[in-house]
Design a protein around this ligand. Structure first.
Ligand SMILES: NC(=O)c1ccc[n+]([C@@H]2O[C@H](COP(=O)([O-])OP(=O)(O)OC[C@H]3O[C@@H](n4cnc5c(N)ncnc54)[C@H](O)[C@@H]3O)[C@@H](O)[C@H]2O)c1
Ligand SMILES: [Zn+2]
Length: 362
């Protein structure tokens, strides 16, 4: 078992990572004094598979609970769903000390955090992430959000969970494509901040893809702790330090949006985006060719795409020009100097970004 503390003064919390965290966690939930009623937000398939684990643990500790089931789609992250959920909490919650449990992937996590942040001006919530992506990324750092049809994650708040319970045993049912989506973010952590993690990923690919629990625990703990350290230094993304987590993401968002969020999932778009950012680092003479190839080979070796297919170039270039991370007219990209060392660079000419994207079609 690995316990990673996110140090945010009175908002500090633990991330607990192990094979069987849920069953071993009731004591911790109770000790945290979150409340006496767990309102668990999840999907039917997750409740059917793993609901009993949570149920048993809560019962043992005298915590009452209810499961709220929501559809398995990004559309669940809407203001309408948030309001429907809050109406249900109001009905359920009379004379109870309620806390919320996000029991699912990033969709459930973002929605639950958002509801927790606005209901009665904020009630406690915990994250029980069930996808690899949510365990290493979405459940940590308190970014909560719902989407509008005009833009993803446009309504939300920074609102930290009180506890993150990452149970590796839940990942056994995750399909290969979803696993790879999480692995793309883990490779990202290796490239921007952690050479040991990068080398481990290169040397243990078979074990990781076979979901060996020790290997998964290692890469999840390493990634979670990188995110935790960055979040504690720049909780609300005001100091520019959190920016390095966006490595590959400027390109990725353009690819996702340009392909109508259909052709590539987020992790796949991040994989191509990271190759673009690595290429840019090389063309700006920041990163040598050998390291560019080493990082690209690692991304490809995990079955992630490194080229763009089935999308029109112009559809990808348009969103790139409107990226919200570009301050005024200045462009800003996260680049790498070395494996494990990221830097932020401004004023990079857009035509270079455009050429790099165009080359991904070859
Ligand atoms: N808040 C943040 O910092 C942050 C960071 C990254 C991503 N996100 C958000 O996270 C969302 C994506 O999250 P995601 O990739 O976890 O996708 P998701 O939540 O949509 O889950 C993907 C699919 O996997 C299924 N699933 C979940 N757990 C499973 C399990 N254990 N076994 C089998 N199937 C399972 C889900 O039902 C769903 O169909 C996006 O909305 C994104 O904006 C937020
Ligand atoms: Zn991402």
């Amino acid at each position: 078992m690995k316990i990673i503390k996110v140090n945010l003064k009175e908002k500090s919390y633990d991330i607990i990572i192990s094979d069987g965290t849920i069953t071993g966690s009731a004591g911790i939930i109770k000790k945290s004094g979150l409340g006496n009623y767990a309102y668990i937000i999840t999907h039917r398939s997750i409740k059917d598979r793993y609901g009993r684990l949570l149920e048993k643990t809560l019962k043992k500790n005298g915590i009452d609970f209810k499961f709220k089931l929501l559809p398995e789609t990004e559309k669940t992250k809407s203001i309408h769903t948030a309001i429907r959920v809050i109406e249900d909490i109001v009905k359920t919650g009379k004379s109870k000390k309620i806390f919320l449990v996000a029991f699912g992937g990033g969709v459930i996590g973002d929605l639950t955090g958002f509801v927790a942040s606005i209901y009665k001006r904020g009630i406690p919530y915990i994250q029980v992430p069930t996808t690899l992506l949510a365990q290493v990324d979405a459940s940590i750092g308190g970014k909560t959000a719902v989407d509008l049809k005009e833009a993803k994650n446009i309504i939300g708040a920074f609102y930290q969970p009180r506890l993150v319970l990452s149970d590796i045993s839940l990942l056994q049912s995750l399909d290969a494509r979803q696993m790879r989506a999480g692995l793309a973010e883990i490779i990202k952590y290796g490239i921007i901040k952690d050479k040991i993690l990068f080398d481990f990923l290169a040397q243990n690919r078979k074990n990781i893809l076979a979901k060996n629990k020790k290997a998964l625990e290692f890469i999840i703990a390493r990634s979670s702790s990188i995110k935790a350290r960055i979040v504690e230094k720049d909780e609300k993304e005001e100091k520019g330090l959190r920016t390095i987590l966006n490595f590959g993401h400027t390109f990725a968002h353009a690819i996702e949006s340009g392909s109508g969020y259909r052709k590539y999932n987020h992790g796949e778009a991040v994989a191509i985006g990271m190759v673009c950012a690595l290429e840019m680092s090389h063309r700006l003479k920041i990163l040598d060719k050998h390291k560019l190839e080493k990082a690209t080979t690692l991304i490809r070796s995990y079955g992630l795409p490194i080229k763009i297919k089935g999308v029109a170039l112009k559809d990808i270039l348009t969103p790139l020009y409107y990226d919200k991370k570009f301050i005024g007219k200045r462009t800003r990209f996260v680049l790498v100097k070395d494996i494990g060392r990221a830097v932020t660079k401004e004023n990079i000419p857009i035509p270079l970004a455009r050429r790099i994207i165009a080359d991904r079609f070859k």
